[in-house]
Every structure is written in C-alpha cells, then in structure tokens.
Design a binder for this molecule. Sequence first.
Ligand code: GRF
Length: 222
Amino acid sequence: MSRASERCCTLDLMTPLKKLGILLSGRGSNFEAIAESVRTGRLPAEIAIVISNRADAPGLESARRRGLNTRLIPSKGRVREEHDVEVVATLKKAQVDLVCLAGYMRLLSAEFIRAFPNRILNIHPSLLPAFPGLNAQKQAIDYGAKVSGCTVHFVDEHLDNGPIILQKTVPVLEGDDEHSLAARILEQEHIAYSEGISQVLSGEVEIQDRRVVRKRVQSEVR
Ligand code: GRF
C-alpha cells in the first residue's frame, strides 16, 4: 500500500472532532444543511449545541428532533450585552471551537466577538460587500443586479463585514422577484456554508489583512 493510500484510508481515531455551536432565530434551513453534512461525514465536525433566541424558531424544533443538545436563550426585551454573556457562557460550556450564525437575527456585542476571535462565521444571501443587512435579495432585485449569490464570512464588529471565506454566484433572471431569487440563492447557501466551515476547521486558511488565503506549506515558502 502506498503512503498516499495509507493516508486516505486510515481512520483517524485520535483527533477529536471539532465542535460547532449553531445560533439561529428562525427557519433553520442552513442549520439543517450543516447537520446533514455532519451526519453524512462530508463535514468532519460535531454539533455540540444549537442555541435559539426565539422559542418559536422552527430550526430549534428541528434540532430537538435530531436529538441535538439545544438551548433556548430568549433575547426579547433584554440588553444585548447581558444576553450575549449568557450565550457565550453556554457556548464555552459546550466547548465550542467554531460558532456558526445560521439566520441568527441579532447583532453580536463586541464582548461576544472578543470571546471567539476569528471563530465566528456567518452566511449572507448576497455577494458582499453588495447588499448587506436585511432583505439582501430584494435589495439585489431593486438595484437591478444581474448576478447575486451568497457569502460565507468571518464575523467582526461591523454588520456583514468580516473577511470573506467563500462566495457562490447565481444569475438574477428576468422575471425574478425576491422570493424566486432567494430560493435560488438558498440552494447555494446550503452548499457553501459547509464548505466554508470545512475550510476553516481544516486550518488550511488564514487571514492576511482582511483576505482569507490558503496557508502556504513549508515547501512553497522558498
Ligand atoms: C439565510 O438566507 C441566511 O443567508 C441569512 O438568513 C437566512 C436564514 O435562513 N443570514 P435559514 O433560517 O437558515 O433557513
């Protein structure tokens, strides 16, 4: 057996799987896609905890049905910093390596971001920096964009602003409305998020200034 095939077929029983913490507020289709990638082994990670800030989030129910560790930490009427302290403590207790925002409709406090430096990811339904914020698909339609897509990025203290890990494009077709465009983008989101998480967990990428680049291995440095 060659060295390469040994490597490819040897089960790594020593390295513990990296732990994901998923934060959501609603439908949870991105969470579902991540959970499927984990279940099928495409994403070598485990979901340590799913946290929702809304009791009625379908994503929370779906996580419970999957038998995952879930927590409801309601945010309504609470000061952001106070709520975030509880969320961060819960993520830390679950020993989360990477936090994935999956339709989490809350801005994170600076303390939250500092608690997980370059360890918080988000997915946004546009090609950032175009159309940040709410209703990104409608913004793209109203602007007359011919191409849109989705962006997986690190989260920093500004809205939809952190270093971009990957993007996928989709055409904006004549006759599209925000709903048809959103559906086309969502299909790509479900592929992109797991890919982005994989890249970060693999340790193969690093942030230089605000660019996410593949780490150079020693043999390439010369
Ligand atoms: C997605 O479009 C995502 O890009 C945005 O919020 C939406 C969440 O959808 N951040 P879902 O709850 O994952 O279905």
